[in-house]
Design a protein around this ligand. Structure first.
Ligand code: GLA
Length: 413
């Protein structure tokens, strides 16, 4: 009872003392695309022992260089985000977070300027508790000063984690931190982990209608790791939940299935295709994490596949709907632009086979809402080839190899 009392009081203060203002920052109208340090580098702060895996200024600058020189920026990748483990262990005498002196000797404003100089954007990480998840200084009790520091450093995106807090505080903290972000006057994409902590740490269902007006994007589920098994678990979660959480998803507000690990060379080419195509079908943020020097030519081609990115970045921002047709086979269907008039939309289909043998699937577009009376032209998204024209009322046999995906976009003629 006491804790509910405190929660109520907290919410009362937030809502009725002008302490809350909604996000409305105009950002992330399409799902953010970029690179983030955590998935591959994690808390790489022991640079003398592991010079090749070191979260420091050179690393971040080298990612900006790779984005600029190697086609990622032209493909739409924009944000370069430093995750946990970037600060000194102590705040300064004014209570401000200080970037690690050895690893970030020129500070964060320098990095922001470098990244902006290449036409890219800069992201950082905070946690709402006393500590971050890796026990670096957290922002509890310092929301005002930390959001101000980020704004002064010209940060464009902030990932705010939710480790180590009680549920009542979790529900207030994301609102309050969002308020201070808005007060800085600097638009920053606000990435939250609120629903993840609510559901998996505090064991209560997230109230998405409360989260949508506060955050630009939010993690729903567990962390990805650099392993196929993790990608598969995440895939299964969204397969089960897409219909329920899809209604909260759209321009400015995105469900976030966590990072792409395409680029780490940890997945087979077909597993890479599954992660990439499903993240695109979900209109998920496409934020990858890898050593940019190790990306294979195939991975780079996939990361920069413009047909696929067009599906992911479609302005309507719909989450694909999964239709399970066999135990291991699902047809994902996504409505998107361009449309012919305002009636006949383009659609993409991703037919995923997680099984160990090839399957033959009959695709009948009409069954999934395609309604143009003229034909559709069918494009193979991975190759970019136009395969044929077909009526929505016709059917097409598709062979999907084991643990693989076939992805087609259909445009009304
Ligand atoms: C949590 C987040 C991860 C990463 C780590 C950093 O686990 O979910 O994405 O930010 O914390 O410690």
């Amino acid at each position: 009872m006491v804790s509910y009392g405190i929660l109520f009081l907290g919410l009362f203060i937030l809502f009725f003392t002008n302490e809350v203002c909604l996000l409305e920052n105009g950002l992330a109208k399409t799902p953010p695309m970029g690179w983030m340090s955590w998935g591959y580098y994690m808390c790489a702060d022991n640079c003398s022992a592991n010079p090749d895996r070191c979260l420091n200024e050179e690393l971040i600058m080298s990612v900006a260089d790779a984005f600029y020189n190697e086609g990622y920026q032209e493909a739409g990748y924009e944000y370069i985000i430093i995750d946990d483990c970037w600060s000194e262990r102590q705040r300064d005498e004014k209570g401000r977070l200080v970037p690690d002196h050895k690893r970030f000797p020129r500070g964060m404003k320098f990095l922001a300027d470098y990244i902006h100089g290449k036409g890219l954007k800069f992201g950082m990480y905070l946690n709402i508790a006393v500590d971050t998840c890796m026990r670096y200084p957290g922002s509890r009790g310092h929301f005002r000063v930390d959001t101000k520091s980020l704004a002064e450093w010209d940060v464009d995106y902030v990932k705010v984690d939710g480790c180590f807090v009680e549920e009542e505080y979790l529900d207030i903290a994301y609102i309050k931190l969002g308020h201070y972000l808005n007060k800085t006057g600097r638009p920053m994409v606000y990435s939250c982990s609120w629903p993840y902590y609510k559901k998996y740490i505090h064991k209560h269902e997230p109230v998405y209608s409360q989260i949508v007006p506060i955050c630009n994007m939010w993690r729903n589920y567990h962390d990805v790791a650099v392993k196929w098994g993790h990608v598969r678990y995440i895939y299964k979660f969204y397969e089960g939940m897409a219909t329920e959480i899809g209604k909260y998803h759209g321009p400015g507000h995105w469900n976030d299935p966590d990072m792409l690990i395409v680029g780490t060379n940890a997945l087979s080419p077909n597993q890479n295709r599954i992660q990439m195509s499903i993240w695109a079908m979900l209109s998920a943020p496409l934020i990858f994490s890898c050593d940019m020097k190790q990306v294979t030519a195939d991975e780079r081609r996939l990361l920069q596949n413009l047909q696929l990115i067009a599906v992911a970045q479609d302005p309507l921002g719909r989450m694909a709907t999964p239709h399970k047709i066999q135990r291991d086979v699902t047809i994902w269907v996504k409505l998107h632009l361009p449309s012919k008039g305002d009636m006949f939309y383009s659609y993409s289909f991703a037919i995923v086979n997680l099984g160990t043998t090839s399957v033959s699937v009959t695709l009948r577009p009409r069954r999934y809402g395609l309604n143009s009376t003229d034909d559709y032209t069918v494009m193979d998204v991975f190759s970019g080839n136009m395969l044929k024209n077909m009526s929505a009322y016709a059917s097409m046999e598709v062979i999907v190899p084991p643990e693989d995906v076939i992805m087609y976009s259909l445009f009304p003629l």
